[in-house]
Design a protein around this ligand. Structure first.
Ligand code: ADP
Ligand code: MG
Length: 253
């Protein structure tokens, strides 16, 4: 199957309001693959993503139990350096939120915060990230325009480029194309396919069609439980569990 990048063992999360969005999740996220978690709203997908780069620390959480090993290191350990973790595990959300700066600065800012001072190195990294995010050809001649002048689909690819410039190992994507036009959606999916040799992706798509298009491995989440896991094609075309089949065939949603 491949190398394990993140190993999740018996993960439980309880919010202060008593909700338990994750109840005993066991899942391996495989290196250099497009790993997909899918299922109806409320299943716990976004909570899982927030656990994986510890953004969950900002939520009203009552208890997190279990183990999440990133290359063997438990990221739930209260002693770990969360800033460092987030440099290795980047995240793209559904609504692009560019910084109120130019296109170039949106990417150079993070590099400067990370300590890069050489303008030439910064420019090279900005271009590389914009190329990877399939945006460069559309905007190379207006890098000094405000990011707000871009379309929604371009802004989302800019946010992706901002994450890429920091050279993470894992990229989490929570419904990254839910607000995008089909052309930008295709460009992001194209990026995932091309870039997976260099990254580990965990994608929570906003619909199951996208899951079926891109998943190397897929996990079906329903109300806080992982119902079924497997190779993308097999899971979508030949599910073993009744709930998975019912969901895929649109019997509930
Ligand atoms: P999904 O992304 O699959 O839709 P979520 O992880 O967003 O699932 O939500 C799982 C459950 O946890 C839902 O019942 C949701 O209402 C609840 N939930 C999510 N975030 C919070 C929070 N910050 N506080 C309390 N409950 C939450
Ligand atoms: Mg969600």
């Amino acid at each position: 199957m491949g190398d394990i990048k993140i190993s999740i063992r018996d993960l439980h999360v309880r919010y202060q309001d008593g909700k338990t969005p994750l109840r005993g999740i066991n899942l391996d996220i495989l290196a250099n693959k497009i790993n997909v978690v899918f299922g109806p709203s409320g299943g716990g997908k976004s909570t899982l993503i927030r656990v994986l780069n510890r953004l969950i620390d900002l939520s009203d959480v009552d208890e997190i139990r279990g183990e999440v090993l990133l290359d063997g290191v438990d990221i739930l350990d209260p002693e770990i350096d969360v800033i460092e973790l987030r440099r290795h595990v980047g995240v793209v959300f559904s609504r692009p939120i560019p910084l109120p700066m130019t296109i170039h600065e949106n990417i150079s800012f993070g590099l400067e915060v990370a300590g890069e001072k050489d303008k030439k190195v910064i420019s090279r990294k900005v271009e590389h990230a914009l190329r990877q995010a399939v945006l460069w050809d559309e905007i190379y001649d207006r890098l000094d325009d405000p990011a707000s002048s871009l379309s929604g689909g371009q802004q989302q690819r800019l946010c992706l480029a901002r994450v890429l410039a920091l050279e993470p190992e894992v990229i989490l994507l929570d419904e990254p194309t839910s607000a995008l036009d089909p052309v930008s959606t295709r460009k992001i999916e194209e990026f995932l396919e091309k870039a997976k040799d260099d990254y580990t992706f965990l994608l929570a798509p906003h619909n199951q069609q996208q899951a079926a298009r891109v998943a190397d491995f897929a996990a079906f989440f329903l109300q806080g439980e992982l119902i079924e896991y497997g190779v993308g094609e097999e899971l979508f075309f030949n599910p073993r569990v009744k709930e998975t089949a019912d969901y895929i065939q649109g019997r509930f949603g």
